[in-house]
Design a protein around this ligand. Structure first.
Ligand code: SAH
Length: 343
């Protein structure tokens, strides 16, 4: 049975019209789901009995199963079981500016970035929009607080699941529903160029982050196989188009891997690549994982890299480290299959 959480307001309205109901009724259902947050159709007391009966027969309210919550100061990591038994993770981070959730977009991932734990399980399937929506709703229920920021930086490549991700964004951004501000939503991609182009054309206002991680093709192709398909030049071209169309700044994520991409030469090359671009760089100290050989750069190296960018007038920050204790940090999330077989 299809989940009732799988519709944007517009989609729910056209569905209602297709069954001889009104847009107005669809709006009421949307309000019950996302503003009043009921857990059954019976609680939707302003609907006619026969409509409630119809909805009950055709749609499911079922939640995901929250298998595990690991808590650390300011971080909670959630393990969810999907209806088909697959497992994914989401992470909640408490910042001084609000609560932010990092959601997964796929079971496993096919991008194969060498340093990332999430890709050790190949993609099993895309998540449906409702599975993304329920990550957010269930974490809010657990937290008993509103989530103000959403990042699509969990397991999976969001632009390899473009349509469902965009539907998810439309659902959570709707001012008649959960109402997460569009500028509080960030999509992160390893650089799927045609999808960045499509995203630019939609002019959503959503923040775009690019996992760059290397300043040249030779190095990038070694650590990120996707670079064999879409070269850095292709990414830069499409980003310039994006910036022109949307007038938005782009974020580059650059994970510092000891001895791999953290040299002064790399920093210089990165500066040349990004010179004059409306962007900012988020340096991510690598989170070591037990199965991969990459190491974290030293504090000194990180600071030197940072200083070179600063000197070249590139906007740069070092990402605050979150959740390493509960393996909830960037690149440490995985689809539990891989975990169970190894313990
Ligand atoms: N597939 C998307 C979304 C994942 S975002 C993307 O590539 O952007 C997760 C971010 O964490 C990516 O920038 C990823 O490259 C980075 N990452 C992966 N493994 C990491 C690790 N062990 N330590 C720090 N960052 C890591």
């Amino acid at each position: 049975m299809k989940s009732i959480y799988d519709f944007s307001l517009k989609e729910l309205q056209s569905y209602f019209e297709s069954i001889g109901e009104t847009k107005f009724r669809a709006g009421q259902v949307f309000d019950w789901l996302y503003v009043k947050r009921v857990n059954s159709f019976d609680e939707m007391t302003n609907l006619k009995k026969d409509l409630i009966k119809y909805l009950k027969e055709n749609f499911s309210f079922k939640r995901l199963e929250m298998l595990k919550v690991q808590k650390d100061t300011d971080v909670r990591k959630y393990l969810f079981k999907l209806w088909d038994g697959n497992k994914i993770e989401a992470v909640l981070m408490k910042h001084d500016y609000g609560n932010s959730i990092c959601v997964s977009s796929q079971v496993g991932c096919n991008m194969g970035c060498k340093f990332c734990e999430s890709g050790r399980l190949k993609k099993v399937r895309n998540l449906e929009a409702y599975e993304l929506v329920l990550q957010l709703l269930m974490v809010e229920e657990d937290l008993k607080m509103r989530i103000s920021h959403v990042v699509l930086m969990g397991i999976g490549e969001p632009f390899d699941n473009y349509d469902n991700v965009m539907r998810f964004i439309r659902i959570i951004n709707d001012p008649k529903g959960i109402d997460v501000g569009i500028r509080h939503i960030t999509v992160s991609t390893c650089g799927i160029v045609p999808k960045i182009k499509a995203f630019a054309n939609e002019k959503t206002g959503v923040n775009l982050a690019i996992s760059l991680h290397a300043p040249n093709d030779e190095l990038r192709s070694k650590i990120m196989p996707i670079n064999k398909v879409y070269k850095i030049k292709d990414i830069m071209n499409v980003l310039n188009e994006y910036i022109q169309k949307t007038n938005r700044r782009v974020t580059f994520e650059y994970v510092l891997l000891k001895g791999v991409n953290d040299s002064k030469e790399c920093a210089d090359e990165l500066c040349k690549l990004l010179k004059g671009m409306n962007c900012y760089v988020n340096l991510i100290p690598y989170n070591e994982t037990s199965h991969l050989e990459y190491k974290t750069s030293s504090r000194v190296t990180i600071m030197e890299f940072y200083d070179i960018l600063k000197k070249n007038k590139i906007n740069v920050t070092i990402r605050k480290e979150f959740g390493a204790k509960v393996s909830a940090a960037c690149g440490q999330l995985r689809s539990e299959h891989t975990i169970e077989s190894e313990r």
